[in-house]
Design a protein around this ligand. Structure first.
Ligand code: AMP
Ligand code: MG
Length: 412
């Protein structure tokens, strides 16, 4: 058996980087910068008001209450025609540029406007309610480095600096297929004895969508060498990576293995992990190939440990793995000391200042419902044969689901 970290190293070392291109900002969500993002100008681009109120000279309102003459009314998007001199003010809206001469804003709540003059009820110091030019991002700043994965706030920041076509690595196109004569599409009404429905392709489709990949769905391929070879040929021609499930274990009908061995360059590993031990990896004419096991939980674990970090690496991301936290496992668990064991657990914030985890269901590798009911893997390292109740474990969060029902919110 190969140690998991060693297998992960081999995968990351082998996968190529996707090509670099410029894409419209609205198509860049989830992609990774391939060049630093440098701000060509300040954000905000000009000093502006943080409040609706009156732009004043702080020294004029030092002895508030005072009365000032209102020179004009300044909405956001316009520049004041007048200069704020002694004894005057400009009525200003949030986001409007601070007029020349003014150095502070009195919020509208502390004022009263009457017949062209404003009563100022409170004093302010210079700079109050003024957002400085460049206060968020100064011109010339490298806001994001190469390798940063773009999320919602990143897109907003790139927009604010006018980087409308960020330089990123291309969105990966990933081919998926399921293997097995027993596997049928999910919409088949009646299963004959021996048949099951295809869970793995649904799982992979969703995992890849979450990652921001485009999925090329090659369906279910029967255990037929020619069919499989033809399908993989198509995948090599059209995809940046290929992910299959099934057919990589020791069984007699393990065709993926046979076909791939012919195509060469693929290694079949027994990885010291549970679930997900049998795993095939290599390059098919340069295209990374991930041969995941057949059992659905193994598929998810192997995807998380191999395919997801590898795809993120191909996309150019600096950070590749899901976050791990530490918490207490509430039940005891026996584990195989020869392998890294990924227990399916449900992690909750205890309210006692710590995370707690409970097994989320049956722990066999075909029991996918325990993955659906869980949100994390409790990762039990090699060399540990059992975890006692209340022992601290590492928890790899594979999802951070929403909490709090409407009823809970309404109840306060
Ligand atoms: P295999 O590695 O092909 O021998 O498959 C191992 C186990 O996973 C068998 O019980 C298969 O029936 C099951 N399996 C394989 N592919 C799928 C799939 N797409 N969806 C659900 N179960 C599967
Ligand atoms: Mg099979």
């Amino acid at each position: 058996m190969r140690p998991l970290p060693e297998a992960q190293q081999d995968v990351l070392a082998a996968v190529p980087s996707l090509p670099v291109e410029e894409v419209p900002l609205l198509q860049s969500s989830g992609l990774v910068l391939a060049a630093p993002a440098v701000a060509p100008h300040d954000v905000p681009p000009f000093a502006n008001s943080a409040m609706d109120g009156y732009a004043v000279r702080a020294e004029d309102v030092h002895d508030a209450p005072v009365i000032l003459k209102v020179l004009e009314d300044l909405p956001a998007g316009y520049v004041a025609a007048s200069t704020v001199g002694s004894g005057t003010a400009v009525k200003i809206m949030t986001g409007a540029p601070i007029p020349d001469g003014a150095d502070a804003v009195v919020q509208v709540e502390d004022t009263e406007l009457r017949n062209g003059v404003v009563w100022i009820g409170s004093s302010v110091t210079a700079g109050t309610h003024v957002r400085a030019a460049g206060g968020d991002v100064a011109a010339g700043t490298r806001v994001f480095e190469t390798g940063e994965r773009l999320g919602a706030a990143h897109l907003g920041v790139l927009a604010s600096i006018g980087l409308a076509r960020p330089t990123v690595r291309r969105r990966p196109r990933v081919a998926i297929l399921s293997t097995g004569d027993e596997i049928l599409a999910p919409d088949v009404a009646v299963l004959q004895p021996g048949q099951i429905r295809d869970s793995n392709r649904m799982v992979l489709f969703s995992l890849l969508s979450e990652l921001g990949a485009d999925v090329l769905d090659l369906g279910i391929v029967r255990d037929d060498a020619d069919l499989l070879r033809a399908t993989l040929d198509r995948a090599v021609g059209e995809a940046d990576a290929i992910i299959t499930s099934g057919g990589v274990s020791m069984g007699e009908y393990d065709l993926v293995k046979t076909v791939l061995r012919d195509l060469g360059q693929i290694s079949f590993w027994q990885v010291a992990m549970q679930p997900g031990k049998p795993f095939a990896f290599g390059l098919l004419h340069g295209t990374p190939f991930f041969g995941l096991p057949g059992n659905p939980v193994s598929v998810m674990v192997a995807f998380e440990q191999f395919a997801r970090p590898a795809l993120l690496h191909m996309m150019g991301a600096t950070y590749l793995f899901r976050p791990r936290i530490r918490g207490r496992l509430l039940q005891p668990a026996r584990t195989n000391p020869e392998k890294v064991v990924f227990l399916r657990v449900n992690v909750r914030w205890g309210g006692t200042g710590e995370w707690t985890a409970e097994l989320s269901g049956g722990q066999l590798s075909n029991m996918l419902s325990a993955m659906a009911h869980g949100n994390a893997f409790a990762v039990v390292p090699v060399g540990i044969g059992s975890v006692e109740a209340d022992d601290e474990v590492e928890l790899e969060m594979f999802t951070w689901p929403e909490l709090r029902t409407k009823a809970e919110v309404l109840d306060g």
